[in-house]
Design a protein around this ligand. Sequence first.
Ligand code: ZN
Length: 576
Amino acid sequence: MLEFELRDRDAGARLGRLTVKGKRIETPLFLPVYNPNIPVITPREMRETYGFEAVMTNAYIIYRHEHLRVRALEEGVHSLLGFDGVVFTDSGAYQTFRARLELSQAEIVRFQEEIGVDVGVMLDSPSRGESYDECKRSVLETADRGEEWSRLRTEGRAAWEGVIQGGAYRELLELSCTLMSRLEFDIYAVGVPPKYWMSYDFEAIAVQGLTCRMGIPPEKPLHAFGMGNPIVLPLLAAIGYDIFDSASYAIYARDGRYMTEWGVKRVEELDYLPCSCPVCVKTDARELKEMTEDERIHLLARHNLYMIRREVNAIKQAIRENSLWELVQERARAHPNILRALIRVLEDGWSYLRRVDPVRKRSALFYSGRETLLRPELRRALERVRERLGCVKIPSALSETYPFGQSVLEPGILEFDGRRYSDLERVRIIADYQFGPGVGLRLIPDDARIEKSRKTGRIRRIWLDDVLIAALRPGDGFLSLHIEGGLRLKEALEPPRYRVYLADAPKLLDAVKSGGDVFSKFVAKCDPLIIPKEEVLVVNMNDRLLAVGQALLAGFEMGRFRRGVAVKVRKGVEEW
Ligand code: ZN
């Protein structure tokens, strides 16, 4: 019903593509929430002016108001909203619960199907308080309701979100993830306890998100319910949240609040409007203060939605450039609680982030505070120097290899050994750093020829007679393997290290041998330790080399995504 494909990534964030009922949308995805009873900005305007391809509305509100319910049942929810993009609905569990109204799972599931929503939400059982026992009740009851949902829904009519409960308790969140992952939800959603966002407790919000990201299957998108303060979105994207929704643009507007990238300001505090959106270039702070309340809400909601759109695009661009941590670090200077949350994420999330954050990046690593030293790129690289090379100081052979050659850090943070290495020693050290101890000797024989650029004098390629072993990437100083290099690496490393195995289907193997990319669904098994952007060996089940390429997915994700590329193939054995 819903397909999720990963197209690019940075930190724990995923630039992905969701396909639902033939409509495609990109993640990280922000869903502006639309309440048909209090329309501030219409879904049509959200799409046409702001470019939002998906919105969220509340199925329970439509259900409860007869004029809306009748129209939705007759014409469908898209016509009711005047929106032909992707419609997500909330089941209103929270509202029913506050109003102590009984609405059954059967009614709300059927209703969401009948009005033709694209992505619906099960009716979960939110916790009534914050105690451990109450949160545990909510976890277990929501799991029971999940079972109930799986019997009630009609397959193929809508995609569905399952809800993770557990409040502030890590073990309950983990239990909820385990129980809900057994059910066939398309997306998992997490409700952030209101006390967290009301007190700006971004640390608790981030830890909750990280626990859920690690607890649900990697191929499933993760949705943060009701997170609409733009300054925290980069951090939440960096830990692996894919979807956000909020009515904050309208709620803040009604409350006279103006969003900026440094936090939310009250209109009374503003002497200037630090923004160049179409609203702010035509209005000044004095006019905003003096206009009628209705006019002000109208303009503030629009400015706020522009800010959210801007931030979501900044996140996507940062993922593309591999500079998402830099963006998060910048936002961490807007509020100390974001900085605290970031440090906690880097510390607690290390075991996860080290496996998903790409091993080499398109952008330089910039120092922007002490937390830079906790970043997975840097910690992982220094760990490799210690464990793979057995060195305390960084060999200057790695002075052009990521992240050492691309980092702009404070002096003294990276200590090089200052030795002079021959070209052969240099490329062997890079190989050991990249693939493991002793690989350099096996990959690059004594009689290898090292070709250098005539212009820059830098190493470009490594040959054995007239056969190419590997090239040295000019941007990040990593080796890219060619077939001879792949064969040699395979001999140097015990299976399954750095291998991606494909099932024995002749057509599939032929396609890969002639250079076709490896799709995740065809991966039969693989080395679970592969990190995105690492060089990998594509082999058949008998460990015969088919191709060399670079991983887009982490090893533990390959085979799990049903759509999209797992390995971008550089050379197939047939092309050799
Ligand atoms: Zn503006």
